[in-house]
Design a binder for this molecule. Structure first.
Ligand code: GLP
Length: 231
């Protein structure tokens, strides 16, 4: 695991931007795994700006999003579908048919998850972008999640449910995430310092889902000063 310490959120976003940009310039048809939440917002702004300035061409990329609230209509303002179109997909030249998101409106969540998992395995993710939950969840793999988990429906912990205002979600599993060829995990701010500490220095265990990432061969953890304050 490579740890990249930066000063603040701006530098963190710039570092992540450089990695994504380099990935797409080296392999224009890269398969990219996207995350939602507050943390990647500035990265998405930078990617949008780079497209506008003709610095990155997204026309050949394929995308898979990490997770989606359930049940959740795509038209709902809180859906991650809306988030991705608002913050990134509507601002770059990614082809609509190359965008993959879990459907929070699916009648059968198990069929939706199975289908999504198969699609990911057929494509294989070149670069997965991850955030970090305050309780060290990745995607929506909450404490207690199995390292063997595939895309599945989860009951959120009380803490997460309160923040997300929803009690269930669909998420790539830990094993799905671990199959990505390269991962960047972004954590910014004091609220993430305990999770960052446990991810880097704690025991590898189900209590800290992010700790399983230490077994990944090609992961970059980008953290700012506040997030690394307990290291
Ligand atoms: C949610 C998402 C995660 C995200 C995390 C952190 O729970 N499922 O994928 O990484 O929140 O969010 P934020 O970046 O807003 O702190």
């Amino acid at each position: 695991m490579k740890i990249i310490k930066v000063k603040n959120y701006d530098e963190l976003s710039e570092k992540a931007f450089q990695i994504v940009k380099e990935q797409i310039s080296k392999k224009p048809n890269s398969v990219i795994g996207f995350a939602t939440g507050k943390t990647p917002i500035k990265l998405y702004q930078k990617l949008s700006k780079a497209y506008k300035n003709n610095n990155v061409d997204f026309s050949k990329i394929k995308t898979f999003n990490l997770d989606e609230l359930y049940p959740m209509k795509q038209t709902d303002k809180r859906s991650y579908y809306r988030y991705m179109f608002k913050n990134l997909f509507s601002k770059i030249n990614v082809k609509k048919e190359n965008i993959n998101l879990l459907n929070g409106g699916a009648k059968s969540p198990s069929a939706e998850c199975k289908n999504y998992e198969n699609k990911i395995q057929k494509n294989s993710i070149d670069l997965q972008i991850l955030g970090l939950g305050a309780n060290a969840h990745i995607g929506f793999n909450e404490p207690g999640s199995s390292p063997n988990s595939k895309t599945h429906l989860v009951n959120l912990t009380e803490e997460t449910a309160k923040v997300k205002k929803n009690s269930r979600a669909l998420t790539m599993g830990i094993s799905t995430i671990m199959k990505s060829k390269k991962i960047i995990l972004l954590a910014s701010g004091g609220g993430k310092s305990k999770a960052v500490h446990d991810l880097i220095k704690g025991k590898i265990s189900k209590d800290c889902p992010a700790s399983f990432l230490r077994k990944h061969r090609n992961i970059f953890v980008i953290i700012d000063e506040k997030a690394s304050s307990l290291l």
